[in-house]
Design a protein around this ligand. Structure first.
Ligand code: SF4
Length: 487
């Protein structure tokens, strides 16, 4: 509904019976992180298997939702006790099936390797040009493929060393799961931009972007993967860990994960997302109180925030907008429906709650602002006497270069307008945003040195290859990133 969009969720399992079943369920739990395509690659290397199947990779990749793509006959074909999976985000047509992950390659010295990535490599274009000059031939338009070619460049070294060398060349955001015939590798970039968690599972191990995936497959959370850490789980299920950089920079976990992306039932950095969102609402109420009769939220991520706001403001929380969860993307293609209709297909106001009331409306963020205008108009038409719009994050004034799909600055409402101008355009009686200090307070002690706040502050943790005023770094020149935002 007009918020920023995540790009991808990843999962890996090692040492479990029927890996594909676990991967399928884990991806299903993380469907919110990407709906364009999904893939699973498993490795059949159980001891006692016939020699000719040991080390065989089995893969399935396709467009669409997890629930539509893995019938039992597909899962049965994906044999093995280890594997990795991926859900990919994108909104535009013309995507290539070659870009749906995980990717698998046969490397000359290292053998078969499969890899799934969440994030965005900020120096991908430079690396690609350098690799092509050395003879690499790219098969996709995804920045992720750069990892594979960097690995292929490493000669006469064992895999962990090759991986360490390759990772040192890459800048930006990456959480990775990498599968070889022997081992599962779990990797997080040195800033820790994107989430990655580790768990035990049925005598083996699992790693996933969010712990909600563990809940569904019965895995028990162990810990967060550290920024800069590489974890290897080998064929004997021995766990080894090393860091690919000698000196680690300050952690910069994406603050939009607790604001919007992560599921409220996920625990990330040892914190329950649901509670963090309530905190955002509580601090927002303390910073921007108002006289009102009812607090409502724009579903879904705004719900805990509105509950927190209502708790502190001592104003009743009500459901003022009902969301239709069954509106598929294909049903609302721009050619088929006006933008107004797209919003009305998804949300319906409850006149019973709104009519004649002074209403506080809580949303998680404002990106382009166009959807807010329509929703507030809908609330006004349902009879609200006053609308006080409260946003549980600071104004988004800068684009993201670390794997989150944002428009360039010219399309970010808060980068172009003052708060008063935005209020007037939105048709609200009052408008207020959570301050950056308030966001840090809501995220808890030490958040200043744990989170990235660059889309609010313009202070990018890593600037390599980034031109601040230009379009967000594109995925190897495909022209996708800057225009993928819904209106
Ligand atoms: S710039 Fe914003 S969206 Fe991107 S990683 Fe930082 S906090 Fe997250």
């Amino acid at each position: 509904m007009g918020s920023l969009k995540e790009e991808c969720g990843i999962i890996g399992v090692k040492g479990v019976l029927n890996a594909s079943q676990h991967l399928n369920l884990g991806l299903f739990a993380m469907q919110h992180r990407g709906q364009e395509g999904t893939g699973i690659i498993t490795c059949q290397s159980q001891q006692g298997e016939a020699a000719e199947v040991n080390g065989a990779f089995h893969e399935h990749r396709s467009f669409g939702l997890v629930g539509d793509n893995y019938p039992q006959k597909v899962l049965d074909r994906l044999k093995g006790e280890s594997g990795i999976g991926h859900v990919r985000y994108s909104t535009q047509g013309g995507e290539l099936i070659q870009n749906v992950q995980p990717f698998s390659f046969l490397l000359p010295e290292l053998g078969p390797v499969a890899l799934a990535h969440n994030g965005n490599i900020t120096n991908a274009l430079q690396l690609k040009q350098a690799l092509e000059a050395k003879g690499s031939v790219f098969q996709t338009t995804s920045d992720t493929e750069v990892f594979i070619h960097l690995l292929a460049q490493q000669r006469n070294v064992p895999f962990p060393q090759a991986l360490k060398q390759a990772l040192k060349e890459v800048n930006g955001a990456f959480s990775l799961v990498i599968l070889t015939q022997e081992s599962l590798y779990i990797v997080r970039d040195k800033y820790g931009f994107r989430p990655l968690e580790l768990a035990t599972l049925d005598g083996g191990y699992a790693a996933a972007s969010e712990t909600c995936a563990f809940d569904l497959i019965g895995a028990k959370s162990l810990r967060e993967v550290e920024p800069g850490e590489v974890i290897e789980i080998d064929a004997r299920l021995q766990v080894k860990s090393f860091f690919y950089v000698e000196k680690r920079p300050q952690k910069s976990f994406c603050s939009f994960e607790p604001i919007y992306f992560a599921r409220p039932d996920s625990i990330i950095q040892n914190e329950l997302i649901y509670e963090l969102r309530k905190n955002l609402g509580r601090v927002l109420a303390a910073e921007h109180p108002t006289e009102a009769d009812v607090v409502i939220s724009i579903p879904d991520s705004g719900v805990p925030m509105a509950m927190g706001y209502a708790e502190v403001a001592k104003i009743p929380y009500e459901m003022g907008l009902v969301r239709n969860h069954y509106v598929g993307r294909t049903f609302i293609e721009p050619s088929q429906a006006s933008r107004d209709l797209r919003v009305r297909l998804k949300l319906n106001p409850l006149r019973h709650v709104l009519e004649g009331k002074r209403v506080v409306v809580i949303d998680d963020s404002v990106v382009r602002g166009t959807t807010c205008i329509k929703i507030l108009n809908m609330i006004r038409n349902a009879g609200a006497k006053e609308i006080h719009f409260r946003v549980a994050s600071p104004p988004i004034t800068h684009s993201c270069f670390y794997g989150i799909d944002t428009p360039n600055r010219s399309a970010l409402m808060a980068a172009q307008k003052t708060v008063e101008e935005m209020r007037s355009i939105m048709g609200a009686d009052s408008l207020a945003f959570l301050s950056l200090a308030g966001l840090k307070k809501a995220l808890g002690p030490g958040s200043d040195s744990r989170y990235c706040f660059a889309c609010f502050s313009g202070k990018y943790p890593e600037l390599f290859g980034i031109q601040i005023e230009a379009q967000p770094t594109d995925r190897l020149g495909t022209g996708l990133s800057a225009s993928k935002m819904p209106p």
